[in-house]
Design a protein around this ligand. Structure first.
Ligand SMILES: [Zn+2]
Length: 336
């Protein structure tokens, strides 16, 4: 077994991985495709503190060895591997509670999916129905995080939800809000995501030339947004999120980068309820079901493609784009 391991910032080595298949509620999976996300890039360039691990924040594959007692997880089945594990060390884990306070993330705390094979415990493997394509499956964590946000904001039919930031995740979130009969208002400074959001069926999309405060006031009949999602990976100042929120609104912060300062004066004045959501665990089965039912179309997201061999070169190029303040989209890596 081998994979691309991050050995120091901006340096990947291809390493041999000495995992041994032991059976006992585990499966060996041949990884067929993995996803390089914005988080992977920030791990690569050292902005996110990371263990020396194999990168790759999502992966799908085919079961090649299985424990005979695992119902349904048979050889040849296509699976998604949930990219997180409980730490088993924290108070919550030791007292048997479901929420780990130090959730371990694939590609950050332990080896991710830029490798040929992985061993996974059966509870992390989800069978993929034929109607969920490989590309759909690689975005399951995006859908899960969108579901967690909708849950935590208690979004109801007819609610206006302002989304600040235009990337693939915001387009997925907007589509899901429409599916749940809420009204997304997407605000973006990126031309590419403005067009993509419009084409995907989001009715209210504001770009950098619009007066956001005035437009949101008109759309909401003067109330302003009672629910706001601020994507920290966008180049929009967080003060904008507080500006568009109504008194006592719920404001979610989500995303992977956290380098920008946040001014809380307006949030305190308006007594906003600020929530931080970055939750891909617990929603995987629901996300697969939504994708199978075509609640979300990934036809409108921007996806790059590459091969396993070219991963170091791909990351170098992505990092150069990031340093030029360009929007970074996910790259699907074909494994060999
Ligand atoms: Zn824990």
């Amino acid at each position: 077994m081998k994979g691309w391991k991050l050995v120091s910032p901006n340096k990947l080595d291809e390493v041999e991985l000495n995992e041994v298949y032991e059976g006992v509620s585990k499966c060996k999976v041949k990884i067929t495709k993995s996803l390089l996300s914005f988080s992977d890039l920030l791990r690569y360039n050292g902005e996110i503190e990371t263990e020396q691990v194999v990168l790759g924040s999502a992966g799908i594959g085919v079961i090649v060895e299985n424990d005979a007692n695992l119902f349904g997880l048979e050889k040849g089945k296509r699976v998604f591997i949930e990219p997180n594990q409980k730490c088993q060390q924290c108070y919550n884990c030791k007292s048997g509670e479901s929420n780990c306070s130090n959730l371990q993330i694939a590609g950050e705390d332990y080896d991710g999916f830029l490798r040929d094979f992985c061993l996974s415990s059966s509870d992390k493997l989800f069978l993929l129905p034929d109607s969920v394509s490989d590309i759909d499956a690689l975005f399951i964590s995006h859908v899960s995080n969108a579901l967690a946000i909708i849950d935590k904001l208690r979004v109801q039919k007819g609610d206006y939800v302002a989304i600040l930031g235009g990337n693939n995740f915001s387009i997925i979130l907007a589509q899901l809000l429409i599916y749940y009969q809420a009204v997304p208002i997407m605000l973006t400074i990126e031309d590419q995501s403005y067009t993509a959001a419009k084409e995907s069926g989001v009715y209210y999309v504001l770009d950098k030339d619009d007066n956001w405060q005035r437009e949101v006031s008109i759309i909401t009949g003067g109330r302003m947004a009672e629910k706001v999602v601020y994507i920290t990976d966008s180049y929009i100042p967080s003060a904008k999120a507080f500006q568009l929120a109504s008194f006592n609104a719920g404001v979610v912060f989500t995303g992977t980068s956290s380098g920008k300062p946040v001014q809380f004066n307006q949030a305190v004045k308006k007594q906003l309820n600020i929530l931080c959501v970055n939750d891909a665990s617990g929603y995987t089965a629901s996300s697969i079901n939504l994708l199978a039912n075509k609640a979300i179309s990934l036809a409108y997201v921007t996806i790059n493609k590459g091969n396993y061999r070219d991963v170091p070169e791909i990351l170098k190029t992505l990092n150069a784009s990031y340093e030029n303040d360009q929007l970074i989209s996910e790259t699907i890596i074909e494994m060999i």
